[in-house]
Design a protein around this ligand. Structure first.
Ligand code: PLP
Ligand code: TYF
Length: 396
């Protein structure tokens, strides 16, 4: 029987790291997968996380199962961090999940089992795992236009037109709360208002992917789009992740948050979310959630965390600026200033698939086929080398 199983294609992003590891070019550079690296090229464990882990070693008294929806203290901190007092607490269900990906899968299962027939609308482009997760859950998906034809700007008019003319009432719409992956291009505050009005008018249910809180303009600032939406609609699902802003990638810690119109509706949906989790992974892993709760329970550790997020954010901004400046003075000189307003780990370079391939083959530099560069993986030390290679493929 197993002889009939065919080989799955490699993941469009993670597959590149496999190719990178096999590359013998001594100057190779991996700017594909969205992982933050410090000046020494490492993905560090945050100081506040180390301290929380030391405390957990001393104080944690059990490895017994968590409830289906996770650690209560963790869930409360997620609620406060993401929603503040913008939404009444008794309208929000928070379930701890295995990363943002787990949250997206639980949310997808919920849409399919509770709200079918339903379709979800995704930006074009979006993170490649979005359609994969929706497909796996059996959730029909389609796309709205997002990136302008110049490949460097957000075409809000095209997005609104697609929502106005293609969606049906009751459909879901996937939105990136900040740091749009893969483009790095976020709506302005006015554009968020336009989007929120259209979402409300078309009676769409927003599914908001909030994987990069703190990497755009700051932890609080990055809630602007989310809050603009929540002012316009009274139902939404928000999927959060602490992979990036706590550097807890491998601990798998995130949350699925459901906002209902009132406490009664919230309770019913919460019970369905729990039923979905029970037959999937049963209950979430403890360690990552315990780390986050330990940090956010302690004012000093919380301040330390905020400082560390700010450092990561500023380093990425600096690297993006450095790249633009260095490209100006490299080769024939290249204007990448359109990258400057982009936010988050990624920049959409506008490089064509052929140029991306040349970067890999001739220079050992790995970026995603769409032209997405992980800015958070650049380094000061290798900036000139990177820019020389980009200039070379642009000029060849
Ligand atoms: N959503 C987006 C847009 C992402 O880029 C990521 C991670 O790269 C995630 C969700 C989920 O990440 P994780 O499952 O590691 O928390
Ligand atoms: O670079 C990206 O866009 C992501 C990163 O379990 C990632 O694909 C890698 C592994 C994972 C979730 C996200």
């Amino acid at each position: 029987r197993l002889a009939s199983v065919s080989t799955a294609p490699p993941d469009s992003i993670l597959g590149l790291t496999e190719a990178f590891l096999a590359d013998t070019n001594p100057n190779k550079m991996n700017l594909s997968v969205g992982v933050y690296k410090d000046a020494s090229g490492k993905t560090p464990i945050l100081e506040c996380v180390k301290e929380a882990e030391r405390r957990l070693i001393d104080d944690e008294s059990t490895k017994g199962y968590l409830g289906i929806d996770g650690l209560p203290a963790y869930r409360e901190h997620v609620r406060q961090l993401v929603f503040g007092d913008r939404v009444e607490a008794d309208r929000i269900a928070v379930l701890q999940s295995p990363g943002g990906t787990g949250a997206l899968r639980v949310a997808s299962d919920f849409l399919v089992t509770q709200l079918s027939p339903i379709r979800i609308w995704m930006s074009s482009p979006t993170w490649a795992n979005h359609p994969a997760i929706f497909n796996a859950a059996g959730l029909p998906s389609d796309t709205y236009r997002y990136l302008g034809s110049d490949r460097t700007s957000f075409d809000v008019d095209a997005m609104i037109e697609d929502l106005d003319t293609k969606t049906s009432p009751g459909d879901a719409i996937l939105l990136h709360a900040c740091c749009h992956n893969p483009t790095g291009i976020d709506p302005t505050p006015d554009q968020w208002k336009q989007i929120a009005e259209t979402v409300a008018m078309r009676q769409l249910l927003p599914l908001i992917d909030f994987a990069y809180q703190g990497f755009g303009d700051g932890l609080t600032e990055d809630t602007l789009g989310l809050y603009t939406l929540l002012d316009a609609v009274d139902e939404a699902i928000v999927c959060t992740s602490f992979s990036k802003n706590f550097g807890l990638y491998s601990e798998r810690v995130g949350a699925v948050c459901l906002i209902a119109a009132d406490a009664g509706a919230m309770k019913a949906s919460q019970s369905q979310l729990k039923a979905i989790v029970r037959s999937n992974y049963s209950n979430p892993p403890r360690h990552g959630g315990a780390i986050v709760a330990t940090v956010l329970d302690d004012a000093k550790l919380t301040d330390q965390w905020k400082g560390e997020v700010e450092q990561m954010r500023q380093r990425i901004t600096r690297l993006r600026t450095d790249f633009v400046t260095t490209m100006k003075t490299t080769g024939q000189g290249h204007d990448f200033s359109f990258l400057l307003p982009q936010r988050g780990m990624f920049s959409f370079s506008g490089l064509t698939p052929m140029q991306v391939d040349q970067l890999k083959q001739k220079h050992g530099i790995y970026i995603v086929g769409s032209g997405r560069i992980n800015v958070a993986g650049m380094s000061e030390e290798k900036m000139q080398q990177l820019c020389d290679a980009v200039a070379a493929v642009l000029e060849s």
